[in-house]
Design a protein around this ligand. Structure first.
Ligand SMILES: Cc1cc2nc3c(=O)[nH]c(=O)nc-3n(C[C@H](O)[C@H](O)[C@H](O)COP(=O)(O)O)c2cc1C
Length: 191
């Protein structure tokens, strides 16, 4: 079951905007991160829940989407995520911002997997300026945005493909806007 969930849990860039994600749903996603491993068990993160339209409208333009597809302007109009969780490091709990960078990925993947299980979807967005996001959300200096995770009800088709050594790993879209994500083969990743 976990493997099926992992296959379904893709990075979605198109959502049904009529389906707003609720604060309760975001709380459930954050709750799942409490069971994640943490370096030295410091658990240095706090999470900003962004779900009011007024606030998601502020965050969306501060995020960069699909750098591999410069000819596309994703998400398409009317297909934006309806919530964000901004994973922040509390520097009063842990001042070194580089030290917990692996932990960020673990909590992000954990919350996206929980969202997928709830029939929702998400995507990690590393392309953003932490200072601009902090300003837009009036965060104090001690709360530093580390990663933005967007959520919504997925409204696009994503297909996984397999590629061999030397083949192109860039994701791409066909004329019907189906999104393809090449993944390396099992036999090529085991040393
Ligand atoms: C740490 C991290 C940061 C990412 N940042 C962005 C981003 O800024 N913009 C974007 O469109 N996708 C971003 N992605 C999504 C990747 O492009 C995506 O994971 C990759 O294309 C593989 O697709 P999949 O997640 O569906 O397997 C990010 C993924 C990770 C793990």
């Amino acid at each position: 079951m976990l493997k099926e969930l992992l296959k379904k849990s893709r990075s979605y860039r198109g959502y049904d905007e009529s389906r707003r994600i609720t604060r309760e749903e975001l709380m459930e996603m954050v709750d799942s991160t409490r069971f994640a491993p943490s370096s030295m068990n410091v658990q240095p993160f706090q999470y900003l829940l962004v779900y009011e339209k007024e606030d998601t409208d502020k965050i969306q333009p501060l995020t960069g989407w699909a750098m591999n597809l410069p000819d596309y302007d994703l998400p398409h109009p009317g297909k934006c995520p309806t919530a964000f969780i901004i994973i922040c490091q509390n520097t009063e709990w842990a001042p070194d911002l580089k030290r917990y960078i692996r932990d960020v990925g673990i909590v992000a993947q954990t919350m996206i997997l929980r969202a997928t299980e709830m029939g929702l979807g998400g995507i990690m967005i590393g392309s953003f300026n932490p200072k601009r996001v902090a300003e837009a959300m009036n965060l104090p200096e001690t709360i530093v945005p580390m990663l933005v995770v967007a959520f919504g009800k997925p409204d696009e088709e994503i297909v996984l493909t397999e590629v061999g050594p030397g083949e192109n790993l860039k994701y791409y879209r066909d004329e019907n806007d189906v999104h393809y994500v090449p993944k390396r083969r099992l036999e090529d990743i085991v040393l």
